[in-house]
Design a protein around this ligand. Structure first.
Ligand code: ARG
Ligand code: MN
Ligand code: MN
Ligand code: MN
Length: 297
């Protein structure tokens, strides 16, 4: 495959500093070399420019994180433009940054077509500004991709929703706000909570996901580091106990690779300041290599 790496060092979607260093941490974890070792051709397109939070102090006067909406919107537009620069057959890997970047990465990766989304996360990120208890925009990208919430984020790049709620699968979920539960049910989104992971196991879930997206020309995996158990991936801003084990996460990536459905990836919420010796970034690099076809036999 031809793979394009793009960094989006965004930390405006939530309150903890350090997640802007995620792209460096995963590059330092030898992402490009590892993927080249699998036989892929990899080009690094560098980083999208993100304003430093201190330069936006005036914006903080608005309650919660909504003061950063315009800045986040601009970064997402630049992310779409950067993906548009990649040839259409390239497999984009977008490195966050917090999860608000997905409004740009998924829109860019869709190339204006129907796209399936596999959202692998402890959280659903299905809040709107109205339902969000925190006001943090990183808890809202999937809702906005599905057409719910603030029109300035819904109509990003091109008018209208970018993803159909019935084309979304959530995996690893274990923390939902009340408004998200209501919206997810109302829109009929397919949700595999950790309870489902425990009951059905990753193989059955991966099989259902593969069946669902069979025939799709574009399927995006949005991998939030906090889906992993914090014991193995401590470098995240919103840890929730009881996450995917190392083996479950790898198996999911390996089975998605076998299904040959995935056409783009983002890896988000890696926060090196909260991490132990870059452990979380290293696991993310390993997961990317499993998704992109690493076989040991
Ligand atoms: N649901 C919570 C909120 O809206 C947490 C969201 C965490 N999102 C993430 N991308 N880590 O604030
Ligand atoms: Mn910053
Ligand atoms: Mn997330
Ligand atoms: Mn999360």
């Amino acid at each position: 495959k031809d793979i394009g790496i793009l960094g989006v060092p965004m930390d405006l979607g939530q309150g903890r500093r350090g997640v802007d260093m995620g792209p460096s941490a995963m590059r330092y974890g030898r992402l490009q070399e590892v993927l080249e070792g699998l036989g892929h051709r990899v080009h690094d397109y560098g980083d999208v420019r993100v304003p430093v939070v201190e330069s936006l102090r005036h914006a903080q006067q608005e309650p919660g994180g909504m003061g950063y909406l315009e800045a986040i919107r601009t970064v997402c537009l630049d992310t779409i433009a950067a993906i548009d620069q990649m040839p259409a057959e390239v497999f984009p890997i977008v490195l966050g940054g917090d999860h608000s970047i997905a409004m740009g990465s998924v829109t860019g990766a869709s190339r204006g077509e129907r796209i399936g989304v596999i959202w692998v996360d402890a959280h659903a990120d299905f809040n709107t500004p109205e339902t969000s208890p925190s006001g943090n925009i990183h808890g809202m990208p999937l809702a906005h991709l599905c057409g719910l919430g603030d029109p300035r984020l819904v109509h990003l790049g091109r008018p209208g929703a970018k993803v159909r709620p019935e084309d979304v699968v959530l995996i690893g979920i274990r923390s939902l706000d009340p408004g998200e539960v209501r919206l997810l049910r109302e829109r009929g989104v397919m949700v595999y909570t950790m309870k489902e992971v425990d009951i059905q196991g990753i193989p059955a879930i991966a099989q259902q996901v593969a069946a669902k997206f069979k025939g799709f020309s574009r399927v995006h995996v949005s991998l939030d580091a906090d889906v992993l158990d914090p014991e193995i991936a401590p470098g995240v801003g919103t840890p929730v106990p009881g996450g995917l084990t190392y083996r479950e996460a790898h198996l999911l990536m390996e089975l998605l690779a076998d299904a040959r459905i995935v056409t783009s990836l983002d890896m988000v919420e890696v926060n090196p300041i909260l991490d132990i010796a870059n452990r979380t970034a290293k696991i993310m690099v390993e997961l990317a290599s499993s998704l992109l076809g690493k076989k040991i036999y």
